[in-house]
Design a protein around this ligand. Structure first.
Ligand code: FES
Length: 92
């Protein structure tokens, strides 16, 4: 079964993404959930402003660092949970 099918079959919980309500599959990697929802770009490099997105999906590259509930987290190591406030534009 593909990641997209697994993503579609999982129970969803309410979160916000940049203040907008969204529903993501509970327990799934936040990086995978965001990617399946079309959020390929997660942040911009603080050094040169280039767009960045999840790369390794295993906690090694730091490219998926985003703000979750005001704390910088690695999206690939963070499971989706109800009520998360996800800021894709605020992390650097
Ligand atoms: S995608 Fe590489 S650390 Fe998360």
């Amino acid at each position: 079964m593909s990641a997209r099918r697994l993503h579609a079959a999982s129970p969803r919980v309410a979160v916000t993404i940049d203040g907008a309500p969204a529903m993501l599959p509970v327990g799934e990697s936040l990086a995978t959930a965001l990617l399946c929802e079309g959020h390929v770009l997660l942040r911009h490099s603080p050094r040169d402003g280039t767009p960045r997105g999840a790369f390794c999906f295993m906690g090694a590259c730091q490219e998926c660092a985003i703000l979750v509930d005001g704390i910088v987290r690695q999206a690939c190591l963070t499971p989706v949970a109800a009520g998360m406030a996800i800021a894709l534009k605020g992390a650097s």
